[in-house]
Design a protein around this ligand. Structure first.
Ligand code: ADP
Length: 239
C-alpha cells in the first residue's frame, strides 16, 4: 500500500516499500509487507491498528532502531536505513526524537541531566537549553527531580523534553498518552501538535481516540500493510 505515493521536499519522514521478516526457528513472520508512508513538515499523522499489526516494528524501522529487511527510510532528506548501527544512532540523535512507551529517561539521572545527555550525542551547542525545554513542556521547576519522583503526567512531559532535546525534524511517539489521565493526555497531544506546527513531522502510534482526533491524517496498519483512512479537512483544535 502507499499512504501517499509521491516524494516531496516537504516530506521530512519518508518510508518506501518497507518489509520486515522475523525468523524464529522454522517460523517466519512478515511483520511489514510493503509499507510506504510520508509525513510532511507541519503534519501530525496517527498510526493505528490492532495488536500484532506491525506498529512497533514500523516505528522502530522509522527511528533507525531496527533495520527493515527491504525498502528505505529517509529522515530530513537523509537515508537512515541500511547503515551500520553507529551511523543510524548518530543520524537518529540529530534528526529524530523518539518518545517510547517505556519512557526514554535514565532512572539515576535528574530530568535536566537526561536532557543534557541526549544533547551530548550531537556535536555543537544545542539550539535550546535543558531549562528552556523544561519550561516549554510545563515542568520548569522539576529539572532537578529524578524520574521516580515525578507524577505520570510530569514523566510524560519529561520524556517529551528529552525527545525534543536536539530540535528534531522528525518526532516519533509510541503510545505517548497510553497511561495518562484525560488532562495530561490533552497536554501531551497539544505539545506534540505544537511541535508539528513549529515545522516538525510528527508521527504517533496510538490507540487513543483523542490522538486520532487531533491528527491531520490517519494511517491504519493491518497485518503488516498500511492504508490511509483519509485526509481530514481540519484536525480537531485542542483546548
Ligand atoms: P504491534 O506493535 O502492532 O502490536 P509488532 O510490530 O509488535 O505489532 O509485531 C508485528 C508482528 O511481528 C507480530 O506478529 C509479532 O509477533 C511479530 N514480531 C515482532 N517482533 C518480533 C521478534 N523480535 N521476533 C519475532 N517476531 C516478532
Amino acid at each position: 500500500m502507499t499512504a501517499a505515493p509521491s516524494r516531496n521536499e516537504d516530506d521530512v519522514l519518508s518510508a518506501r516499500d518497507l518489509y520486515r521478516f522475523y525468523r524464529a526457528g522454522e517460523e517466519e513472520t512478515l511483520a511489514l509487507r510493503g509499507v510506504s508512508l510520508q509525513v510532511r513538515r507541519g503534519e501530525t499523522v496517527a498510526v493505528v491498528g490492532p495488536s500484532g499489526a506491525g506498529k512497533s516494528t514500523l516505528l522502530a524501522c522509522l527511528a533507525g532502531l531496527d533495520e527493515p529487511s527491504g525498502g528505505e527510510v529517509r529522515v530530513d532528506g537523509v537515508r537512515i536505513s541500511h547503515r551500520p548501527e553507529t551511523e543510524r544512532a548518530r543520524l537518529r540523535a540529530r534528526h529524530v526524537g523518539v518518545l517510547l512507551q517505556t519512557r526514554n529517561l535514565l532512572p539515576h539521572l535528574s530530568v535536566r541531566n537526561n536532557i543534557r545527555l541526549a544533547q551530548r550525542a550531537v556535536r555543537g551547542r544545542p539550539a535550546v537549553t535543558a531549562e528552556a525545554l523544561l519550561e516549554q513542556v510545563g515542568i520548569g521547576h522539576r529539572g532537578r527531580a529524578l524520574p521516580r519522583q515525578l507524577s505520570g503526567g510530569e514523566l510524560a512531559r519529561a520524556g517529551l523534553a528529552v525527545a525534543l532535546a536536539n530540535s528534531p525534524a522528525v518526532l516519533l511517539a509510541d503510545e505517548p498518552t497510553g497511561e495518562l489521565d484525560g488532562e495530561s493526555e490533552q497536554l501531551v497531544l497539544r505539545l506534540l501538535r505544537d511541535r508539528a506546527l513549529d515545522g516538525s513531522a510528527v508521527l504517533i502510534v496510538t490507540h487513543s481516540a483523542e490522538a486520532v482526533r487531533v491528527a491531520d491524517r490517519v494511517v491504519a496498519l493491518s497485518d503488516g500493510r498500511a492504508q490511509e483512512t483519509g485526509r481530514k479537512e481540519t484536525s480537531h483544535v485542542l483546548r
